[in-house]
Ligand binder design. Structure first.
Ligand code: SF4
Length: 61
């Protein structure tokens, strides 16, 4: 199981993570990325890598 945290203060809503997540975990909600499908997370950290503002952290729980 993984936990995905989005720093809403940093997120610019560019959808890079939404578009690159292979598991469809993230969606844009009110202009900010939100992990809506967390059970599907693979822990690949693609979202962390593509985020230009470093708003996402992935932690194994
Ligand atoms: S770690 Fe991978 S599977 Fe999990 S939300 Fe990020 S891109 Fe998606």
């Amino acid at each position: 199981m993984f936990q995905v945290d989005v720093d809403k203060d940093k997120c610019t809503g560019d959808s890079e993570c939404v578009n690159s997540c292979p598991a469809g975990v993230l969606e844009l909600v009110d202009g900010k990325a939100e992990p809506v499908n967390i059970d599907e997370c693979l822990g690949c950290e693609t979202c962390v890598e593509v985020c230009p503002v470093g708003a996402i952290t992935v932690t194994e729980v």
